[in-house]
Design a protein around this ligand. Structure first.
Ligand code: 2AM
Ligand code: CA
Ligand code: CA
Ligand code: CA
Length: 265
C-alpha cells in the first residue's frame, strides 16, 4: 500500500467535504432524530458520508468503510484497510451554533491505526497524521505531550456524566472534578480528543462513544505520546461502543489508579 498516496487523498477529500459543509450554511437544514430526542442527524451529515463513500469506492474499491450514518459497509472484523468516518462529529453544535463540530476520519489496517484526520471546518484547522511521521495542525508540527499532574489539569467532561444516573457509578467522578484545575465540555468527541492531542486540555472522559467518534482521535493522541483506553484502562476495540479515556502520559495512569479504578464502567 502506498500510504503517502492514501494520506494525500484522504486530506484532499476532507478539505472538499469541509467546503461542502461551509456552503451548506446558506441552505435550510432538514433535521431528524435518531435514538432519542437529543440524538440528531441532518441531511448534510448523510450527504457528506455519501460523498466520502463515492470517493473511497472509486479510488480504493478493495477498502471497507464504517460510517456513522450507515451508508458504508457492515463490518464484523477489521481485516484489510478500513476507513472509520464520522461525517459531522458534533451535529448538535452544527445545528445550534454553526461551529464546534468536525469531520473525523481514521484509516486502519488490520486494526492498527495508520492515518488520523480531524478537521475543524469552521476554523479551517486540519489536524492530521500518517502514523510514525508526526502530527500536524495544517502545515505546522504539533509538539509531543508532556506529563502533567491532576491538580494542574483541565479535564474535558460532559456534566451529565456527573449527574445522578442509574447506569453508571457517577459519584466516582466527583473527587476528580474537585481535584482538577477545571473541567470543560465542547460537545464534539473528535475536537475534545484533538484538544488532548494538542495539550489544550489534559484529559478527556466520555461514558459512551462509537468507533467513528474516537478512531481518528486515538491515532492523533497516540502519535503525540498520549494514552487512549476505555475507562477500565483497556485497549479500545474499533468495532464496539465503549467508554473513552484519553490523557497525557503520567496523568492517564494517575487518574486510572487514583480515581477511576472503582467505577462500574
Ligand atoms: P455526533 O455529534 O457525531 O452524534 C457529544 O454529544 C458527543 O458525543 C459528539 O461527539 C457526539 O457525536 C457523540 N455521541 C455519541 N453517541 C451519541 C448519541 N447517541 N447522541 C448524541 N451524541 C452522541
Ligand atoms: Ca450522531
Ligand atoms: Ca460522533
Ligand atoms: Ca456524527
Amino acid at each position: 500500500m502506498n500510504w503517502e498516496a492514501v494520506y494525500h487523498d484522504a486530506k484532499q477529500w476532507v478539505k472538499e467535504a469541509g467546503e461542502r459543509i461551509r456552503l451548506s450554511f446558506q441552505q435550510t437544514l432538514t433535521i431528524k432524530t435518531k435514538s432519542n430526542p437529543n440524538d440528531l442527524v441532518t441531511d448534510i451529515d448523510q450527504e457528506i458520508e455519501q460523498f466520502f463513500i463515492r470517493k473511497i469506492r472509486d479510488v480504493y474499491p478493495e477498502h471497507k468503510i464504517l460510517g456513522e450514518e450507515g451508508f458504508g459497509d457492515q463490518l464484523d472484523q477489521l481485516n484489510g484497510t478500513v476507513w472509520l468516518l464520522d461525517p459531522i462529529d458534533g451535529t448538535m453544535n452544527f445545528i445550534h451554533q454553526q461551529r464546534n463540530f468536525a469531520i473525523s476520519l481514521g484509516v486502519y489496517e488490520n486494526g492498527i491505526g495508520k492515518i488520523g484526520i480531524i478537521y475543524d471546518v469552521v476554523h479551517d484547522e486540519m489536524y492530521h497524521t500518517l502514523c510514525g511521521n508526526g502530527a500536524y495542525l495544517n502545515e505546522r508540527p504539533i509538539a509531543p505531550l508532556k506529563e502533567r499532574g491532576v491538580k494542574e489539569s483541565i479535564i474535558a467532561l460532559n456534566a451529565t456524566w456527573v449527574m445522578e444516573n442509574h447506569r453508571i457509578n457517577h459519584q466516582i467522578l466527583i473527587p476528580l472534578v474537585r481535584d482538577a484545575r477545571g473541567t470543560r465540555s465542547y460537545g464534539s468527541a473528535a475536537l475534545e480528543m484533538v484538544y488532548v492531542a494538542t495539550g489544550r486540555v489534559d484529559a478527556y472522559i466520555s461514558m459512551r462513544l462509537s468507533p467513528w467518534d474516537f478512531a481518528a482521535g486515538a491515532i492523533l493522541v497516540e502519535e503525540l505520546g498520549g494514552i487512549v483506553t476505555n475507562l477500565r484502562g483497556e485497549k479500545l476495540d474499533f468495532l464496539s461502543k465503549d467508554s473513552l479515556f484519553a490523557a497525557k502520559p503520567g496523568l492517564h495512569q494517575d487518574i486510572l489508579k487514583n480515581y477511576l479504578k472503582n467505577g462500574n464502567w
